[in-house]
Design a protein around this ligand. Structure first.
Ligand SMILES: C[S@@+](CC[C@H](N)C(=O)[O-])C[C@H]1O[C@@H](n2cnc3c(N)ncnc32)[C@H](O)[C@@H]1O
Length: 274
């Protein structure tokens, strides 16, 4: 097994176990979803028009966003893809529970990089949001997969953490921003951790995960090289999660660093067409 494949396999084992625990965490609030609440955030609702569109949702985890795009946001159909079998199983169970059929939303278990070999379709929209490319070792191949599955004239959309925020330590404050990682980081970051952003002490058997930092230039260049035309790159001064312990959330679940004199970008959203 080459090292890329080893990263993917260990990440899959880690994510497959997280998919058992995440539905029980407050972060995911499955109960509100089952009662009808959309998990789609204000940002992508405002920036991405999905009504009546056919969507491909990459790295869908256990499917609440995929299902929300259809049930709450008006997409005609959504296909969610994730490499963790437990996540896909749970997504299908949730689909049953909310009364959607596979004709409205379907789920495919696949490594992103293998998707063209298991899915021979193109879509009006390919979307991926919040905590996705960090897990991918090769953005050029990622962008090629997106281009393969986009209709001519179709739209790609990503919202995620801004790469400029990644080098800072999580104990940073407004007056003490501590850089502890390089922005231009080409190394893998391997962690052993019994948890995730959604909780700790799950008792995970597979605690090792491998993450990859991608600069803003690398993300945009990968998309351009794959033949996409960038429509916008929007940088936002809030984080979609509590990146630093000192951050505080507003009523839109956007996290800010109180008393920061000069705003920094903590989230980025990019739209491109094929
Ligand atoms: C942080 S989660 C995405 C979360 C999603 N935004 C949500 O809140 O539900 C990352 C997802 O990427 C998936 N993933 C990581 N690497 C992958 C790969 N190479 N192919 C397919 N899925 C992958 C994981 O299984 C996990 O479900």
């Amino acid at each position: 097994m080459d090292s890329y494949q080893q990263y993917i396999e260990e990440n899959r084992a880690y994510w497959d176990e997280l998919a058992i625990h995440h539905p029980d965490t407050d972060s995911y609030d499955v109960e509100s979803f089952l009662q009808g609440e959309s998990t789609i955030r204000r940002l992508e609702r405002e920036e991405l028009a999905v009504v009546d569109a056919e969507l491909l949702h990459l790295q869908c985890h256990f499917g609440m966003d995929t299902l929300s795009w259809v049930r709450n946001e008006g997409a005609a159909h959504a296909t969610g893809v994730d490499f963790a079998p437990t996540a896909i199983e749970t997504a299908r169970e949730l689909r049953e529970q909310i009364g959607l059929t596979p004709a409205a939303a379907r789920f495919i278990e696949s490594d992103i990089y293998d998707l063209p070999s298991v899915l021979d379709e193109t879509f009006e929209i390919v979307v991926t949001t919040y905590g996705t490319i960090h897990w991918l070792p090769d953005l050029d191949r990622w962008a090629e997969v997106i281009a393969t599955h986009l209709d001519p004239g179709g739209t790609f959309y990503i919202a995620d953490g801004h790469p400029l925020a990644e080098p800072f330590h999580h104990e940073s404050t407004a007056t003490d921003l501590r850089v502890h990682n390089p922005y231009f980081n080409t190394d893998v970051t391997t962690l052993e951790f019994d948890g995730s952003y959604a909780g700790t002490d799950f008792g995970l058997e597979n605690q090792r995960s491998h993450g990859f930092s991608h600069s803003l230039g690398a993300i945009i260049t990968a998309l351009v090289d794959a033949g996409l035309q960038i429509s916008f790159v929007h940088e936002h001064p809030w984080s979609f999660f509590q990146r630093f312990e000192a951050m505080e959330a507003d009523e839109n679940d956007r996290w800010w660093l109180p008393e920061l004199e000069y705003e920094l970008p903590f989230t980025v959203s990019i739209k491109a067409t094929h």
